[in-house]
Design a binder for this molecule. Structure first.
Ligand code: COA
Length: 389
């Protein structure tokens, strides 16, 4: 017979699967169709025909920019991209001790101390906060790429390269990381990869940002929560692990035994496959596959792409799983000569645009997010004083 304190199992699926947690007009994932839209627009033309800056404008202002609006946004971002020297002073002692994602999380948190608008957002009316939030969002968006690039270079014992005002966000990022401006095709593909990662419904990091924002905490607090959440291997941390996996496999003929060994382990996961919402191929993976192939032709180095293709076929055959966004972003970034350590921080640079849009959307029509737990512990236990235990 069940004791009076026996737990009642939750009727909800675990991990909030399938639960709708709020309204948003930013992006929609059509899991059954393999389709993703930002503000009503399909992601494919946005990735292939628009720039990342246009995508940021679309997410923040709910419309594609005119040429003048795009120039204005670019000018605001370029004017704000220099990181206060004090932030580097805070971060330098941590370099080499913490991962790049941990440094990024701390760096974003530290930047709030040198943002003259942030304190004023905490106890004010909605209109003033919206105005200040947009200013802070531009500042944070402008600085997150230079922050990642600078931390990466410091970690390698190299000097930080200052951002340039004449380059796109994608071109600037590659120039700051690699030391010279990229080829036009490299810039175009990296720009598209940024657009493809910009927003994705209530994914874990975005939801974390919204939960934090819904307490009326400031933007820096929300983005710091989001970065911490993105780092895990089941979320943004997967892309780096995909590259490590490709490196470990090394040769085409090692793909099958490598995958079989993972799948033979209980709970074994092949990084870059499967998705909570998509039941068919992730549409971002489709675009990134094309880009990985195109980079392969441009660079003449098809190693990562060939291994990825074979891996994809084998995982599909054995488990019926499709690649997700992290799978082909790894070979794209690898072919651009980027180090796996910087892959997840790149995801953060892109997703910051979506996180910021969500925080502004949350603040514009806010209610505290506070669900209940299904308590499965004991109840009615007798307290025993210390000397009687
Ligand atoms: N490799 C091997 N098996 C996988 C898998 C993977 N990458 N992803 C899912 N599966 C299997 C699970 O083992 C499980 O099988 P079972 O029913 O036989 O136990 C089934 O598929 C369902 O998986 P589940 O963990 O319940 O799905 P989820 O919705 O909780 O997880 C992810 C979604 C993304 C966390 C999961 O697919 C995963 O861990 N992928 C690898 C990490 C990754 O690429 N993350 C980036 C996401 S964009």
């Amino acid at each position: 017979m069940a004791s009076p304190t026996a737990p009642t199992p939750s009727k909800q699926p675990s991990g909030l699967q399938g639960v709708t947690a709020g309204d948003s007009s930013l992006s929609k994932v059509f899991g059954e169709e393999g389709r993703l839209i930002y503000r009503g627009f399909q992601i494919e033309p946005l990735a292939e025909q628009a720039t990342f800056e246009e995508c940021v404008h679309l997410l923040w202002y709910d419309r594609l920019p005119t040429p003048a609006e795009l120039d204005a946004l670019r000018a605001d971002l370029a004017a704000a991209q220099s990181i206060p020297a004090e932030v580097w002073t805070v971060l330098r002692p941590m370099v080499g001790k913490a991962s790049l994602m941990d440094l990024l999380r701390t760096g974003v948190s530290a930047m709030s101390a040198w943002d003259e608008d942030v304190a004023a957002t905490r106890d004010t009316d909605a209109e003033t906060r919206a105005e200040l939030n947009l200013r802070i969002a531009k500042r944070l968006m402008a600085r997150i790429g230079p922050l990642v690039a600078g931390l990466y270079r410091l970690g390698r014992g190299e000097a930080v390269i200052e951002p340039r005002a004449d380059l796109s966000m994608a071109g600037n990022f590659l120039a700051m990381v690699r030391g010279s401006a990229p080829q036009a095709e490299e810039e175009r593909i990296f720009d598209a990869a940024l657009t493809l990662h910009a927003d994705h419904g209530f994914n874990a990091s975005t939801f974390a940002a919204r939960v934090t924002a819904a307490t009326e905490a400031d933007i820096y607090a929300a983005i710091t929560s989001a970065i911490g959440t993105l780092g895990g291997r089941l979320h943004g941390g997967a892309n780096m692990r995909v590259m490590h996996m490709l490196e470990k496999i090394g040769e085409l003929d090692r793909v099958v035994p490598f995958v079989d060994e993972i799948l033979a382990q209980p709970g074994g996961r092949v990084m870059g496959f499967g998705h909570r919402v998509y039941k068919v191929e992730d549409p971002r993976a489709t675009v990134l596959r094309r880009m990985a192939q195109s980079l392969t032709s441009a660079t003449g180095n098809s190693k990562w792409f060939d291994i990825s293709r074979k891996l994809e076929d084998h995982v599909k055959e054995k488990k019926g799983l499709f690649p997700n966004v992290d799978f082909y972003s790894a070979s794209v970034y690898g072919s651009l000569g980027l180090d796996p350590e910087i892959f997840t921080p790149i995801f953060a640079v892109s997703r910051a645009s979506g996180w910021l849009a969500h925080v502004m959307e949350q603040h514009a029509d806010n209610r505290l997010i506070r669900p209940r737990a299904n308590y499965i512990g004991q109840t009615d236990r007798e307290f025993t004083p210390m000397d009687a235990r």
